[in-house]
Write a protein that binds this ligand. Structure first.
Ligand code: SF4
Length: 187
């Protein structure tokens, strides 16, 4: 809506299968949201779909048929339970589930890691502006004046950094930040 991409990691899949890096984690189960069903890697369709609240958060619990799971040849790759069928806990809406799935796959790639690494430099700049230049408080009312304040704050930050750089003896200067190294590598 605002043309902004918020880049940050989502909580990893904590299922035993995902942690072990083998077996069927949640991403191995295509979800049919219209029919409220999941299909497992063996081709079985889930039998139960119900709302659930865990630690104050809403989820959807999806369960497969016990008889099918107990007789399944792929069971060792699917569940650690000796007696129960496989169950999945999904986020409460399709949109949230798809964002989570997409982000989990994306954040495992090198490309995503490189983009996220840039944020390390941005966070340092934000922190400096918040702590030293009062970035979180607007002295004025209205978007236009607040924008001017932000521009002036950015200029003040740059001037402070230049002054620090000039007044610091070359031998005492810290090594290049990760952000700077990335920028240099990209040019
Ligand atoms: S154990 Fe159940 S859910 Fe898992 S693959 Fe077999 S039939 Fe499907």
């Amino acid at each position: 809506m605002h043309g902004i991409t918020l880049l940050g990691p989502v909580v990893p899949d904590n299922s035993p299968q995902a942690k072990a890096g083998s077996g069927f984690d949640k991403s191995a189960f295509p979800i049919d949201w219209d029919r409220q069903q999941a299909t497992c890697p063996q081709g079985a369709v889930s039998r139960e779909w119900r709302g659930l609240r865990i630690s104050g958060h809403d989820y959807i619990q999806v369960k497969f048929a016990k008889a099918e799971c107990l007789a399944c040849a792929l069971r060792p790759q699917c569940t650690t339970s000796a007696t129960r069928p496989r169950a999945l806990a999904l986020l409460p809406t399709r949109e949230l589930h798809e964002i989570q799935t997409r982000n989990r796959l994306g954040q495992a790639t090198e490309e995503w890691q490189k983009r996220y690494a840039i944020r390390a430099g941005i966070e340092a700049t934000l922190s400096q502006n918040v702590r030293a230049h009062g970035l979180r408080r607007s002295r004025y009312r209205g978007l236009a004046k607040t924008h001017v304040q932000h521009v002036l704050t950015a200029m003040a930050c740059n001037v402070a950094r230049i002054a620090d750089w000039i007044s610091t003896p070359p031998t005492a200067r810290r090594r290049a930040s990760h952000f700077r190294a990335l920028c240099t590598a990209a040019t």
